[in-house]
Design a protein around this ligand. Structure first.
Ligand SMILES: Cc1ncc(COP(=O)(O)O)c(C=O)c1O
Length: 445
């Protein structure tokens, strides 16, 4: 029996990915090994609870030497316990954390689990203004967490965090969490400065949502908030970190027995988080995804990943400069990470959605995005957001960034009267396809 319809769609998607270039900064292309782990029999297994947390400090062999049954609610865990132990140990090694919870199903789940671990209903969280680059899970009124907690926002100024605003609001509101994290922000945050502000507020948890830049941190080209006094770092595993879709929570503190209640202190945050993930906010972990996370962490621990992360940033800088030369006005005047935010309205007089759609036609995929203080609505925002994690995985370098900037500039000029330029669009579609096929997806190599 074969579900032809679904497998045809998967095949079409494989082809679309192979023949186009992914510029959406939150996407990446995983390795064959990550795909293999995800498509494995581990999906058949229930593993509510946690493995044993002893002996996670050594190398992989040392981790595998411990075969204790752990804290699970089901039998048959001899393999799954070891899969999760390896994932935890590698994540801790990668980020220099005391504790890792690899079970969150997504970045949003990871953030909610931290809120649930530390906050009481009505407590205040101070995070980056969503309209300035923060994420939905940092207090958008449409989220579940916004019903429970009181979210306040600091802004950005000239593309950077407005640290004075952050400090003034922190003093005034005495938040229980200060959150540094974003989906559209191109600077490297001053974690030390924020940690100093947080340290003056009793019971304030310093949380960094590094969903976008975790791979850059792992690759050593971006500072690690845990080294600057932050208590918790959440991330997705599928963006720059180049693993399966999923979430991850890292923290500093004492790792205790997750089945036992513990005191509500900053030191106990690892255990509070474990209890908040399961049974607090999730049921059974996705063991096939946890195995794929472990594979991705293994890959990120290799020296080649450092080179990858450095190239992501180099490519982003070149792409930003080349776009600026061609009339694109960039928020923050460029980038310090993998991400670029261009003000299309100010550059060309129309909204970001128009450019997004026109670029889709030639196989360059990016997303329309709000810019700080956008006067246009979210579905037709002023900007576009793009980045280099995925194309760098395929091996594109600086020369190809110049080529991409060229295509983008041509499309930006032609898309005002697109219907009169079908031939040029078709020609560019062929050029993009030809370049893309020279750099196959990792799983096709
Ligand atoms: C900063 C940030 N946090 C959290 C998330 C949520 O991740 P997920 O889509 O896996 O729930 C994202 C995703 O875009 C993000 O950019």
């Amino acid at each position: 029996m074969n579900d032809e319809k679904i497998f045809k769609l998967i095949e079409n998607e494989r082809q679309r990915q192979n023949e186009g270039l992914e510029l959406i900064p939150s996407e990446n292309y995983v390795s064959t090994e990550v795909l293999r782990a995800m498509g494995s029999v581990l999906t058949n297994k229930y593993c509510e609870g946690y493995p044993n947390f002893d002996g996670l400090d050594g190398d992989d062999d040392a981790v595998l030497a411990s075969t204790d049954a752990g804290h699970r609610y089901y039998g048959g865990q001899e393999n799954t316990n070891q899969v999760e132990r390896l994932a935890i140990a590698r994540a801790r090694r990668l980020f220099g954390a005391d504790h890792a919870n690899v079970q969150p199903h997504s970045g949003a789940q990871a953030n909610n689990a931290v809120y649930n671990a530390w906050l009481q209903p009505g407590d205040t969280v101070l995070g980056m203004n969503l309209a300035h680059g923060g994420h939905l899970t940092h207090g958008s009124p449409v989220t579940q967490s916004a019903k429970f907690y009181n979210f306040a926002a600091y802004g950005t100024k000239d593309g950077d965090i407005d640290y004075e605003d952050l400090e003034a609001k922190a003093r005034e509101l005495q938040p229980k969490i200060i959150l540094v994290g974003y989906s559209a922000f191109m600077k490297v945050p001053d974690f030390e400065r924020v940690a100093k502000i947080g340290a003056e507020i009793p019971g304030c948890l310093l949380m960094a949502d590094m969903a976008h830049v975790a791979g850059l941190i792992a690759g050593g080209v971006h500072p690690n908030p845990l080294k600057f006094g932050f208590h918790v770092m959440t991330t997705t595993t599928h963006k720059t970190l180049r693993g399966p879709r999923g979430g991850l929570i890292l923290s500093r503190g004492i790792v205790g027995n997750p089945l036992k209640k513990c005191e509500h202190t900053l030191e106990n945050i690892p255990t509070l988080i474990d209890r908040s993930v399961f049974p607090g906010t999730q049921g059974g972990p996705l063991m096939h995804v946890i195995a794929a996370k472990a594979v991705a962490f293994y890959e990120a621990l290799q020296p080649e990943f450092k080179e990858y992360a450095a190239q992501v940033v180099r490519n982003a800088k070149v792409l930003a400069e080349e776009l600026q030369k061609r009339g694109f006005k960039l928020i923050g005047d460029g980038t310090e990470n993998h991400l670029i935010l261009a003000n299309i309205k100010a550059s060309f007089g129309y909204d970001g959605k128009i450019l997004e759609r026109a670029l889709d036609r030639i196989g360059l995929n990016l997303n329309a995005n709000a810019i700080p203080n956008d006067t246009l609505p979210p579905f037709r925002p002023s900007g576009v957001r793009l980045g280099t994690p995925a194309i760098t995985t395929r091996g594109l370098g600086e020369a190809e960034m110049v080529q991409i900037a060229d295509w983008m500039a041509r499309v930006a000029t032609l898309c005002v009267d697109e219907e009169n330029h079908d031939e040029q669009f078709d020609k560019m579609r062929e050029e993009v396809r030809a370049l893309a096929l020279r750099f196959p997806l990792p799983s096709e190599q």
